[in-house]
Design a protein around this ligand. Structure first.
Ligand SMILES: *Cc1c(COP(=O)(O)O)cnc(C)c1O
Length: 411
């Protein structure tokens, strides 16, 4: 008899984005006359840069010709892409990364979910609250979360991100082994400065913890004191794995390509005390369970690292940031707390009048024809908050901002 993984029964909440989508569908079915504005979507909307399209067309031609045809590539990505990532992403900010420390994948979400394979189930996990769902959900599947206790899990350490600490979590007072840090943060929009990050690295070195650093929104950083990579900080190579993606920077959410950096210096011990290299283990893990992203995606990613595409990325992220700024400005008087929208495409707002997240979601849907993402779906500290996205068009963002303000004023 095949016995199922009991950990799947620990999921309490329905998948957040699924619930939002079904409520939106229902509303559209019942109000076909109203023009709903989706301010919930955590997905880019601008098309790919023409230079990337050129690279893809050429890749398709390669595949259609027996002399240039490509079959299986290296499981962890082609060397020409890994070398270009080291050269174009890290070298310009003064960071030396070897191409053999770069592992190319189909996106950061898979890597963030799979990295747990390297660690024992006993490892204690810390994560920001609120947080992007994969950190908790993957910990749950891997058996690291413990038992549900109210809205939380007994073995997870929740790093509260609240208005009081300006959405920057405090360093834990006790030992943890794995720390998920997301900066710029989804959903709060908070971004970690180099000084703050240095303190996390000190903690990780002291506790021999590993920081799992999610930099998916790096392309949105505009503040000078915010770190673009955790490896800008001394000592990070011994404690951190960085996760990156072309999804939000170059519009690859549908195309799929991401990567992570596992430094050679990152080593920890097995139960018997012998030492293991995380780079070597991750390489083995990738070779066992993955065969690399498609050749076309990797050529597209190479195109995304050209000067033309990098300039396009800057233009696109500026556009999304401007939308987020419009929302932030127009809601700043209506909402008592408002964050994000500076180094992040997300705006994080407190619902007015002490409303619950879903209550405010329903209110905005019915009274402003605007959908958003309830903060409570990202964790306990998200209760009473709402996430708005800058990924809609400028015109719809303006209309949404006005409709939301009007609806709040009517409360
Ligand atoms: C979008 C996103 C990612 C990237 O996921 P991909 O699988 O690369 O598309 C990773 N982390 C966070 C927090 C995100 O919002």
């Amino acid at each position: 008899m095949s016995i199922l993984n009991d950990n799947f029964r620990l999921f309490r909440n329905a998948y957040l984005f699924g619930t939002v989508a079904s409520k939106v569908k229902k509303y559209e079915r019942e109000h076909p006359d109203r023009d709903l504005i989706r301010m919930d979507v955590g997905d880019v909307t601008l098309p790919l840069c023409p230079e990337i399209i050129k690279y893809m067309h050429r890749a398709v031609d390669d595949l259609s010709n027996s002399s240039t045809f490509m079959g299986y590539g290296p499981e962890y990505g082609y060397k020409w892409l890994r070398a270009e990532i080291a050269d174009k992403i890290f070298e310009p900010i003064g960071i030396q990364i070897s191409p053999d420390e770069v592992f190319v994948s189909d996106g950061a979400n898979s890597d963030l979910g799979n990295i747990g394979d390297l660690f024992t189930p006993e490892c204690r996990v810390a994560l920001q609250d609120p947080s992007y769902p994969v950190y908790i959900d993957a910990s749950l599947i891997d058996g690291r979360a413990g038992n549900p206790e109210g809205d939380e899990y007994s073995r997870l350490t929740y790093l509260d991100c609240t208005a009081e600490n300006n959405f920057f979590p405090a360093i834990p007072e006790h030992h943890v082994d794995l720390i998920y840090l997301c900066s710029p943060n989804n959903p709060t929009g908070g971004a970690l400065t180099r000084d703050t990050l240095a303190k996390w690295i000190d903690y990780a070195r002291r506790e021999k913890a590993v920081i799992l650093y999610d930099a998916a929104y790096e392309a949105f950083i505009r503040s000078r004191d915010v770190a673009h990579s955790i490896y800008e900080i001394d000592g990070a190579r011994e404690v951190a794995i960085e996760f990156r993606s072309f999804s939000k920077s170059a519009g690859f959410t549908g195309l799929r390509c991401g990567y992570c950096i596992v430094p050679f210096e990152l080593k920890r011990n097995f139960k018997d005390g012998s030492e293991g290299s995380l780079n070597a283990m991750w390489k083995r893990r990738v070779c066992t369970k993955f065969n690399g992203p498609s050749y076309v995606s990797q050529r597209a990613a190479l195109g995304a690292l050209t000067k033309e595409a990098m300039e396009y990325s800057r233009m696109a992220t500026d556009y999304y940031l401007k939308n987020a700024g419009v929302l932030r400005d127009s809601l700043s008087s209506a909402c008592s707390v408002i964050a994000g929208g500076i180094d992040s495409p997300y705006v994080w707002a407190k619902a007015p009048d002490g409303m619950e997240s879903w209550e405010f979601f329903d209110y905005l849907l019915a009274n402003a024809s605007v959908s958003c993402t309830p903060g409570s779906g990202f964790g306990n500290c998200g209760k009473g908050y709402i996430r708005f996205t800058g990924f809609n068009t400028a015109e719809k963002t303006l209309r949404a901002a006005e409709a939301i303000s009007t609806a709040i004023a009517r409360l």
